[in-house]
Design a protein around this ligand. Sequence first.
Ligand SMILES: Nc1ncnc2c1ncn2[C@@H]1O[C@H](COP(=O)(O)OP(=O)(O)OP(=O)(O)O)[C@@H](O)[C@H]1O
Ligand SMILES: [Mg+2]
Length: 96
Amino acid sequence: MSKSTLARLLAREFAVIGWGVKIADMDISQGTSFNWASRRLQNHIHPEIPVQQYGSVSKALAEAESLDLLVFDGAPHSTAGTKEIAKSSDMVVIPT
Ligand SMILES: Nc1ncnc2c1ncn2[C@@H]1O[C@H](COP(=O)(O)OP(=O)(O)OP(=O)(O)O)[C@@H](O)[C@H]1O
Ligand SMILES: [Mg+2]
C-alpha cells in the first residue's frame, strides 16, 4: 500500500519548487497516477504534473535526460521491468 500515493506526493512536492518532474505510470491496467493527473487537470489544480503511461521501462528512461526527476509508479507485482527500474534509479521506495 502507498506506492502510488508516495509517487504522487514526491512528484507534486518537487514540481512545486520548480523541478522538471514527470511520473511514469507503469501500472497500465489501473492507471492510478494517470487518473489522478486527469482529475487535477479537470479541477484546475496547480502545479500541473505530467503523468504518462508506459508499456516499457526503456521508453520512459529515454525521456529521463530532459527531466530533473522521473518518478516511477510501479505495478503491484514484480516483473523484469521492476528490476530494470531499480537498477536505473537513485532511490527505491518499497512501502510496507
Ligand atoms: N499512509 C496512508 N494512510 C492511509 N491511507 C493510505 C495511506 N497510503 C495510501 N493510502 C490509501 O490506500 C489506498 C491504496 O494506496 P495506493 O494507491 O497509494 O497504493 P499502491 O501501493 O499504489 O496500490 P497498488 O498496489 O494497487 O498499485 C488509497 O486509497 C490511498 O489513499
Ligand atoms: Mg499503485
